[in-house]
Design a protein around this ligand. Structure first.
Ligand code: DGY
Length: 320
């Protein structure tokens, strides 16, 4: 069988794949151009792809021999799951192994904003330390007893809640379906409406998948309900937020700041107004980007593909 990787993967992973298949790895500029992807997928049985690849109906239908898609990610909004499933193509993904790393980065962004870490770093490098000697200068805010609003209470949302409990935050959440009372009690979280989440949180953190239902669900209407002192964190998907509205909310100081790991278009253009703002901490889509996590993701992505191509169930399968 023949497989295609739209990007390099760890050496051990490629080695394992080469023992079973004829492997083609695209090594050019990321993402792989669609035309090239369409021409390369024609004779492939399997595909390993990444969130920046758009695996739409054109690509899937060009893959006339395609039996399995394995994405190196938990998010799968870059894949036309309906079209793939209608063709009987199995889709594997890599949840769980990246939960901790993504939750850690969420807390890191929160602390960076609350304690003004990037500003402090810049201040020292620009030789401005002397300007903030007074007792009231360069103050941040405590996480302690602040209200954290979690939008999307899946694996990552829960991991963020567990970490936030360590900072003694008051944790509320909104989710498509409410958790059981037992689980709410165990996590120390309280279910609220979306409206209430935005009205009462000192920091809102996004952890839902990007779906037609959550597309740009976070917009100016909700920002206008937030406290002026509140922050927004997004380590989920950029398209859940209306980015133009977020830029307005940040510019007009409707909210105090934002910590963003994901954007509508990635990489975000350095001329984008959000990249010019001081009240924003930015990361280049790095939720899962730790040595340990990426290695585990590679292991799972390979296993998912091998299992699917041999007619078995992958470890983690995307369902329609
Ligand atoms: C994912 O796996 O979906 C994360 O966003 C990292 O790419």
């Amino acid at each position: 069988m023949k497989i295609l990787l739209t990007r390099r993967l760890h050496d051990f992973a490629i080695k394992e794949l080469k023992m079973k298949y004829k492997v083609e790895v695209y090594t050019g500029k990321i993402p792989m151009p669609k035309k090239l992807l369409i021409s390369k997928i024609k004779d492939k049985d399997g595909l390993i792809c990444y969130p920046y690849d758009s695996i739409d109906a054109d690509v899937i239908n060009a893959g006339i021999r395609l039996k399995a898609i394995s994405t190196f990610s938990v998010g799968h909004d870059h894949i036309d799951v309906k079209t793939a499933s209608s063709r009987g193509i199995v889709i594997g993904y890599t949840p769980e192994v990246l939960t901790r790393a993504t939750a850690d980065l969420t807390i890191a962004l929160m602390l960076a904003l609350f304690r003004r870490i990037p500003e402090g770093d810049k201040l020292i490098r620009n030789d401005k330390w002397r300007t903030i000697f007074g007792p009231y200068e360069f103050l941040g805010t405590d996480l302690y007893q602040k209200t954290l609003g979690i939008f999307g209470m899946g694996r990552i949302g829960k991991a963020v809640a567990r970490r936030a409990a360590g900072f003694e935050m008051n944790i509320i959440y909104h989710n498509r379906t409410r958790l059981s009372l037992k689980e709410e009690k165990r996590l120390g979280i309280k279910y609220v409406s979306l409206d209430n989440l935005f009205r009462t949180s000192d920091v809102v953190s996004i952890h839902s998948p990007h779906t037609p239902q959550t597309h740009e669900i976070i917009n100016l209407k909700l920002f206008n309900k937030m406290k002026k002192t509140a922050f927004l964190i997004n380590t989920a998907r950029g398209k859940i937020i209306n980015e133009k509205d977020l830029a307005i909310a940040l510019k007009r100081k409707i909210i105090t700041g934002a910590g963003l790991d994901v954007f509508q278009k990635e990489p975000i253009n350095s001329r984008h107004p959000i990249t010019k703002m001081n009240n924003v901490v930015l990361m280049p889509h790095s939720g899962s980007a730790t040595v340990e996590t990426r290695k585990k993701m590679a292991e799972i992505a390979v296993k998912n593909l091998i299992l699917s191509l041999s007619g078995r169930k992958p470890i983690y399968q995307v369902r329609v």
